[in-house]
Design a protein around this ligand. Sequence first.
Ligand SMILES: Nc1nc2c(c(=O)[nH]1)N[C@H]1C(S)=C(S)[C@@H](COP(=O)(O)O)O[C@H]1N2
Ligand SMILES: [Mo]
Length: 224
Amino acid sequence: MMRYWPRSAAGLPPGQRLMAEMPRFSDLPHRPPPTMPVEPRLEIRNEGELIAVLSGADLQALGPREHTADFHCVTTWSVTGLVWTGVPLREALASVGMSDAPAPYLVARAGDRRKAVLTWEDATAEDVLLATHLNGTALDDRHGAPLRLVSPGQYGYKSVKHLIAVDFRAAQPPAMSKEHLRARVALEERHPRLPSSLVRLPYRLMIAPTAYVAERTLRRSRIG
Ligand SMILES: Nc1nc2c(c(=O)[nH]1)N[C@H]1C(S)=C(S)[C@@H](COP(=O)(O)O)O[C@H]1N2
Ligand SMILES: [Mo]
C-alpha cells in the first residue's frame, strides 16, 4: 500500500501531491472494470436522442495525435507527463456538425454507468481528448479501454473511462454527490459545497486504501 502514498513536490497545482505511477482509481473501488468492446464506439446524443455514432475508424480518420498532460485526482494525487493519443473532443463533435454548442451541458457516460457533467466550454477546451492510448499503448481495463475522456484542467472524475456516450442537455443535469460542475484544478474547485481546505486531508487519507482496493479488484477481475 505504501507505493500509493503521494509525496509533496514542486510545481503542482494547489493541494496536489505527486504519485509515482498512475493507479487504477475510483470512488467505487470494489467495482470491477466493465466488459467493453475492443473497438471504440461513441454515441453523440441530444436530450437522449441519438444524433451520431463515432467508430474507431471515424476517430482514426480525424488524425489522432499525442498530447502530454498531467493528471490530477480530486483526492490530491497527481501524475505528471502522461502521453495520451487521441482526438480533441471538439474536433470529434465538429465532425458530426456540432461546431457550435447544441446545448450548454453534456453528460459523459461510461460502460460502468459512471458519468460526469461538463459545460460546453469545459468539454471543448483544446486539451480535452477522446483518448485511445496512454504512453504509446492501447488503453487497458485499468485506464479506461477502449476510449476515455481526458480533461487535464479538471479533476480526474471528469476524465470518464470506458466512455460510451456524450449526451447534450439544455438544463443543467444533476451531478454526482461530490462532483463540482466545473472542477477546475487551477481554481481548486474540488467539491460542490465544501471548501477545499476542509476536504483535502480526508480525501488524502483515502488515496492509499482506495488505490489498493481498486488495483486488487482489477487483479481479481483479470483472473476471472
Ligand atoms: N468509468 C469510470 N471513469 C472514471 C472513474 C470510474 O470509476 N469509472 N473514476 C474517475 C476518477 S475519480 C479518477 S481519479 C480517474 C482515475 O483514472 P485511472 O483509473 O486511469 O487512474 O478516472 C475517473 N474516471
Ligand atoms: Mo479521482
